[in-house]
Design a protein around this ligand. Structure first.
Ligand code: SAM
Length: 241
């Protein structure tokens, strides 16, 4: 094992190291609306979490030890805020790289006075590695991750064997990894990766997909997909060891 001496890829690159990395996103430089910018300026200190602060103390962050749900790539955060609002007995952490989405999520959380939600504006891969303690999560949600349709881009898909193993490490025993996608080929790949990963049990009765749980609100992408006649596939796997 090589020792990890750099906190982030950016730091390593700044020090002149060449690190080959394939990311699951391309950073879009969208402008923030006035509302999003206002939310970032005035409420980041209450809702935002920073990668540079390192490993979090979950009890200190939320002031309780309620079960913790992590959502990766929450987009504009509408469904994440709705879920947090509907389940005050749970704690939620969202991770998203798209700044306007983070601003929108904070604005909605403030508007709805949601207290059990914190967000990172950062790459979830680095947040998992540097900020989330092993065995700390009750649920990981990954809804409609970028499908990277073209075969030559499949390596950019976030779901792959090493990601699945990282999620397993971060889940508690009995915790659930919940994915949803409207891209059939991605659903099939997710299923294959999950079935061949050790330490998970499929919660599907047929050993493939589960019906959409009521707890998952319709997202913008799902809504759009449904109008286009796409199917949606939900997968839920429990960590057994
Ligand atoms: C197709 S969108 C889906 C958004 C939302 N879940 C929904 O269903 O409406 C995928 C989102 O994942 C985010 N994303 C992709 N890779 C990420 C990563 N490594 N860390 C954090 N966010 C990521 C993108 O910025 C984008 O907002």
């Amino acid at each position: 094992m090589t020792e990890r001496t750099h906190k982030t890829i950016e730091q390593a690159q700044a020090e002149g190291k060449y690190i080959r990395t394939v990311r699951s996103f391309v950073k879009r430089e969208g402008r923030l609306t006035k509302g999003q910018a206002h939310a970032m300026e005035n409420h980041w200190q209450d809702i935002g979490l920073s990668h540079q602060d390192g490993m979090i103390d979950v009890n200190a962050v939320f002031g309780n030890d309620n079960p913790l749900v992590l959502e990766i790539g929450f987009g504009m955060g509408k469904s994440l805020v709705e879920m947090a609002n509907n389940a005050p007995e749970l704690n939620y952490i969202g991770v998203e790289v798209h700044r306007p989405g983070v601003g929108a999520c904070i604005a909605t959380a403030v508007e709805q006075e949601v207290k059990n939600l914190r967000v990172y504006e950062h790459d979830a891969i680095e947040i998992l590695a540097d900020c989330i303690p092993d065995g700390s999560l009750s649920t990981v949600q990954l809804f409609f991750p970028d499908p990277w349709h073209k075969k030559k881009h499949h390596k950019r898909r976030i779901v792959k064997p090493e990601f699945v193993e990282t999620i397993r490490q971060k889940l508690k025993v009995g915790g659930v990894f919940h994915m949803a996608t409207d891209w059939e080929n991605y659903a099939e790949c997710m299923l294959e990766d999950m079935q061949s990963a050790p330490g998970y049990k499929n919660l599907s009765e047929n050993n493939d997909y589960v019906p959409r749980p009521d707890s998952r609100p319709l997202t913008k992408f799902e809504n759009r997909g449904q109008k286009l006649g796409h199917g949606v596939w939900d997968l839920q796997f429990e960590k057994v060891n």
